[in-house]
Write a protein that binds this ligand. Sequence first.
Ligand code: ADP
Ligand code: MG
Length: 213
Amino acid sequence: MRDAEFFLRWMTVAGDAVEREADRLTELDSPIGDADHGSNLLRGFTAVRAALAADPAASPGAVLVLAGRTLISTVGGASGPLYGTLLRRTGKELGEAAEVSDEDLRKALYAGVGAVAQLGGAAPGDKTMLDALVPGVAALSGSYRAAADAAEHGARATVPMQARKGRASYLGERSIGHQDPGATSAALLLGALADVADADTDTDTDTDTADAS
Ligand code: ADP
Ligand code: MG
């Protein structure tokens, strides 16, 4: 079972990844966008960190709802409302339970990704964050690491696609040949989840060892 602490760590590790990769995300947003994806997410996740530090969100659902709301209110670009909706809807699905199962989270994320598709009107193949999120969440039935790998693979697969949604779509065929920045950050988000889940498993093992000795 995963508690609020697990979700706080997810948001923190995701923020660290955004900080580390912000320049690259902005570079990817240069040829097919307006060169602000890294700075958008950096602003958003910095605010998420501050909001979660100020408010003792007591449940997994509350952590994600607060993080989502914060992204919606602090990120001006298209990605803020979209990622905000992903987290807020996922959090709402998790409800108020103090602990949630991996199956609960899988179903909630599935609903969250559905809400992103509904809000943005995009589908896989349109060269957006959904090209990483949809295969990523589908692979969650395997493991968090499988989901992260599928999302990473999905992000790379956006290179030959022509953008049909968002700012990149204005470029038409000239959007071909570049990796989508939002698909790239979506893979970071699921990568952070896998990192936190791996660390959680390690901790469990340590606890078992300590119990046994
Ligand atoms: P903006 O495009 O407003 O500058 P960002 O640069 O922060 O916002 O985010 C761009 C990313 O948002 C794109 O790379 C794409 O993945 C994602 N995106 C844009 N429009 C949509 C949409 N309608 N549905 C899903 N994702 C979208
Ligand atoms: Mg942009």
